[in-house]
Design a protein around this ligand. Structure first.
Ligand code: BGC
Length: 507
């Protein structure tokens, strides 16, 4: 997975922020990558709440759902149903290892093209599915597509983006994820109205739209940085010089895996593992994957439950925009701590509201007004996530690694994230059945732990040039003991290479 070097390539220059056609294409493709990922996250929950879909593929779940006075917490507990959702993330995790090699050997362009094509086939299989096997094989193909796209697109982006715009593009990618989720939820809302019962097919098949864009888009992209250099194109101006610097620097990184386990990188290694782990343990994907199912559990009938997830989807998008404008002013820590506190309060409130109505038997009815209050608190929770752990879960790991360990650090971050996304997707419906309302306390407890973790162990990184990041760790009360004085060399080649680049990378 270490195929892509995320390289800091300002070359000491300050670009006028010119967006060349070349960079623009990169952004479009990168954005599509976010949309693909988001569409997948958002589509499965709505589809698994549709009766015609359940009747056809998961009749047992459908029967439980119809049975009066059933235990609300357990009606969806079904391993096969969870496999439908989670298979994609496991496939993506495995595929991203292979994608690293394909990306290196054949270039980003063909990696993206292959990913897009695989994704298209997956969408077609899903839309035309006749049995559960077709559904799950389709999901696996989608996952392979996501694995390839998520491996190649960010690498491509980091190599191409002007330093000054790189940070902005980072959170832009997360914004696209949230827009993809929302688009999927809106589509589910519409297709659920199709009386003939094939709405789920339309929802699943429409994944072909972002897939088509990335497949076609990749054909228009210049091949790879290296072949670009070979062709001697010079109409891309300053970015060209950046490319040369990027590939030169990338080549210097020889043993990222051996380096990252060195004692002096203990802080960065810890963050590369803990931040994505904690991001998933906020429980956010319980809402993203299973919101319609969760809302049905709470007594909302079909359409209303999809509508509620559309609302959470909107909150997710708008709250992400808030982080774009505050992250460099308030700083990462302030957002982490505030967002964490907000999530904890909401999780306790939601857990308690559900406990009061359903108790441990899981049998009961929730009146409309009461359910609306539950949705409100779920929205406040989503907002808290969307301006803290959502974007920061990707931003912070990407800005704390020195060049030497950046590829390895970034790989660990991505794979840990995918792994725990898979775990949550696979386990949630069973956890809901066994933990009942306590599930909300469970995730709330984790948010308490991660908020304390941030307070104690994460130094503020806003506006710190990446190359001076070692100073931040060196002056941290805990991490300083892992860094010997001779490990701190901020001067020299790297600092020169990227002088004046810190702000841009932070944004
Ligand atoms: C997370 C996803 C999550 C999404 C929600 C991302 O940062 O990695 O797992 O579904 O945010 O917007």
């Amino acid at each position: 997975m270490a195929g892509g070097a995320i390289v800091n390539t300002a070359g000491g220059k300050d670009y006028p922020g010119k967006l060349t056609l070349f960079v623009f294409f990169t952004c479009v493709v990168a954005a599509t990558g976010g949309l693909i990922f988001g569409y997948d996250i958002g589509i499965s929950g709505g589809v698994t709440a549709m009766d015609p879909f359940l009747k056809k593929f998961f009749p047992e779940v459908y029967r439980k759902k119809q049975a009066a006075q059933t235990n609300q917490y357990c009606q969806y507990d079904n391993q096969l149903l969870q496999t439908f959702t989670s298979s994609l993330y496991l496939a993506a995790l495995v595929a991203s290892f292979f994608a690293a090699t394909v990306t290196r050997v054949m270039g980003r362009k063909w990696s993206m093209f292959g990913g897009g094509l695989t994704f298209l086939i997956g969408a077609a299989l899903n839309g035309a599915a006749k049995n559960v096997a077709m559904l799950i094989i389709g999901r696996i193909l989608l996952g392979i597509g996501v694995g390839f796209a998520n491996q190649s697109v960010p690498v491509y982006l980091s190599e191409m983006a002007p330093a000054r715009l790189r940070g902005m593009l980072n959170i832009g990618f997360q914004l696209m994820i949230t827009i993809g989720i929302l688009a999927a939820e809106l589509i589910n809302y519409g297709t659920n109205k199709i009386k003939a019962g094939y709405g789920w097919r339309v929802s699943l098949a429409l994944a072909a739209v972002p897939a088509g864009i990335i497949t076609l888009g990749s054909l228009f992209l210049p091949d790879t940085p290296n072949s670009l250099l070979d062709r001697g194109t010079d109409d891309i101006g300053e970015e060209y010089a950046d490319l040369v610097a990027a590939s030169d620097e990338a080549r210097k990184v020889e043993h990222p895996w051996r380096n990252i386990i060195k004692r002096r990188y203990r802080a960065q290694l810890t963050m590369a593992i803990m931040i994505p782990f904690f991001q998933q343990l906020t429980g956010i994907n319980v809402i993203m994957f299973y919101a319609p199912v969760l809302f049905q559990t709470l007594g909302f009938k079909g359409d209303a439950s999809l509508m509620s997830s559309v609302i959470t989807g909107l909150v997710n998008v708008f709250a992400t925009v808030v982080s774009i404008f505050t992250v460099d002013r308030l700083g990462r820590r302030a957002l982490f701590l505030q967002g964490g506190a907000q999530m904890i309060v909401c999780q306790v409130v939601v857990g308690t509201l559900i406990a009061v109505k359903f108790g441990t038997s899981g049998i009961g009815d929730i009146p409309k007004g009461y359910a609306a209050v539950v949705v409100l608190f779920i929205c406040i929770y989503v907002a808290g996530f969307a301006w803290s752990w959502g974007p920061l879960g990707w931003l912070v790991p990407s800005e704390i690694f020195p060049l030497e360990i950046r590829p390895a650090g970034q790989s660990i971050n991505v794979s840990v994230n995918m792994f725990f996304t898979f775990c949550i997707a696979q386990a949630f419906l069973t956890m809901l059945c066994h933990f009942k309302f306590g599930l909300f306390y469970f995730f709330g407890g984790w948010v308490v732990i991660m908020t304390i973790f941030i307070a104690l162990f994460l130094p503020e990184t806003k506006n710190v040039p990446i190359e001076e990041m070692v100073l931040v760790w060196k002056s941290h009360w805990f991490w300083k003991k892992f860094i010997a004085d001779e490990d701190v060399h901020v001067g020299g080649n790297h600092l020169q290479m990227a002088a004046g680049n810190g702000k841009g990378a932070d944004a």
